[in-house]
Design a protein around this ligand. Structure first.
Ligand code: HAM
Length: 420
């Protein structure tokens, strides 16, 4: 019969690799804790409208990439393509603002986008990210950037580039959009179809189009940073000051806009030279209007998300060093059927006393069981045979020393504990 394969753009995380993921996640959780962020987990699927309204109808994610389907009740459902909209939905729905004025939230989650798979671009991928909800302070923006960079520092990543920009707020952005449209309009027919489509609704997205022809046309385009209102300017100035004081090097790119429509003021991206075409390891920004857009009270917020597969691609060596080699405390070897019947209760008893144990399920010879114990790096092999059963003892082999001795069952736990 034909074998069923996994879906294109998805991966199986095999046991040997999942140990690395667990080590990576553990370190991320430790750092999140130091920065005082707490985890929020949301469902894998949401009402489609959450993303259509939250991320924006014209974005690539919503218009081309979402896994959207009708469920049996004819409801439109979408597998989450990003975490910010679900986090804000959960924040509003659970009234987290009533418990604390500021909520600092992090996540590690699988996400789904129907993109063309290539190195570093998957259809099911994973992000870790953080969101500070409830403050407009530029210090919170700097903390967010510093948090992301601290994670990468701890994984020893080199040569990362942090790029920042401000995309303003409606007060300065609306007049700026008109200025930009005036600049683009005479050449609109020379732009790519995506840019032409975005011209009316979201002309700023034209600025970070990757198409060479569009980039050339954009070279002299007016910049939002030259058109910021006083409040946005002060916010941006303060952010740059704090980053400098923290020793976080950055570049400014007046055309960095990002592919999600919810951003206001700060946007940033972190790229790695060690990644290929998909070189963004992290993206984020401020989204002060999203909570209102989703029907909640006005709530300023800032966040970022980082691709875990991409982080793994550049940090694999450092992550491997974090992984502890797996080993067994006890391999429980059995000589005959009578011993094998007794083995499960022995293992239960030993595990209950805190030992990591394994037994032979394949009726192998004692020699083969010894080899298996070695392969699994066991500290002790306990051997149960006819004589041991009769005398209520176990033969204990201490693998490191190669010695074997007989120990009474009631003395076994202290005997092992002393030698762990
Ligand atoms: P994003 O730029 O769409 O932002 O994604 C953030 C990161 O997720 C990217 O820089 C990349 O590392 C990773 N990523 C995205 N798509 C894929 C894919 N198909 N395969 C592998 N990795 C991928 C957001 O998602 C925003 N929610 C970030 C944010 C949080 N803004 C504010 N708060």
């Amino acid at each position: 019969m034909k074998m069923i394969k996994r879906i294109k753009g998805t991966h199986d995380l095999l046991p040997e690799d999942s140990r690395e993921w667990v080590a990576l996640e553990d370190l991320i959780r430790q750092i999140m804790d130091k920065y005082n962020f707490y985890e929020l987990r949301t469902p894998v699927f949401e009402n489609t409208e959450l993303f259509a309204r939250g991320i924006g109808q014209l974005t690539d994610i919503v218009s081309k990439e979402m896994y959207t389907f009708l469920d049996r009740g004819k409801k439109q459902i979408t597998l989450k393509p990003e975490m910010t909209a679900p986090i804000i939905r959960a924040y509003l729905e659970n009234k987290l603002y009533a418990k604390s004025q500021i909520n600092k939230i992090y996540y590690i989650a699988p996400l789904f986008r129907q993109e063309n798979p290539q190195a570093g671009r998957l259809r099911q991928f994973h992000q870790f990210g953080a969101e500070t909800i409830g403050t407009a302070a530029p210090e919170a923006d700097a903390e967010m950037i510093d948090l992301a960079m601290t994670v990468y520092d701890r994984f020893g990543l080199k040569g990362l580039q942090l790029t920042i920009n401000s995309v303003g707020d409606p007060q300065c952005r609306d007049p700026y959009k008109k200025t930009l449209q005036d600049y683009i309009r005479p050449h609109l027919h020379e732009y790519c179809p995506d840019c032409q489509r975005r011209f009316d609704e979201n002309p700023m997205r034209i600025l970070d189009c990757k198409n060479e022809a569009c980039r050339t046309l954009n070279q002299q385009a007016p910049k939002i940073v030259d058109n910021l209102c006083d409040d946005c300017q002060a916010h941006y100035d303060r952010l740059r000051d704090v980053l400098q004081a923290m020793g976080r090097q950055y570049e400014e790119d007046a055309y960095l806009v990002r592919g999600l429509d919810y951003y206001t003021r700060t946007v940033f991206e972190i790229t790695s030279p060690a990644l290929g075409a998909q070189n963004a390891i992290c993206g984020g920004g401020r989204y002060d209007l999203l909570a209102e857009e989703l029907g909640g009270p006005s709530t300023p917020a800032i966040g970022f998300a980082s691709g875990i597969e991409r982080l793994m691609m550049v940090a694999a060596e450092q992550v491997i060093r974090l992984v502890k080699e797996p080993r067994l405390d006890i391999f429980f070897a059995t000589v005959d059927d009578a011993a094998r019947h007794k083995a499960p209760e022995f293992l239960q008893w030993l595990r209950g006393n805190g030992f990591k144990c394994e037994m032979d399920f394949l009726q192998r010879s004692i020699k083969a069981q010894m080899r298996e114990a070695n392969r699994q790096n066991a500290r002790f092999v306990l051997i149960l045979g006819e004589q041991e059963l009769e005398d209520d003892v176990l033969s204990v082999k201490i693998m490191e020393q190669g010695q074997q001795q007989v120990v009474a069952r009631k003395e076994l736990i202290p005997f092992l504990n002393q030698r762990m």
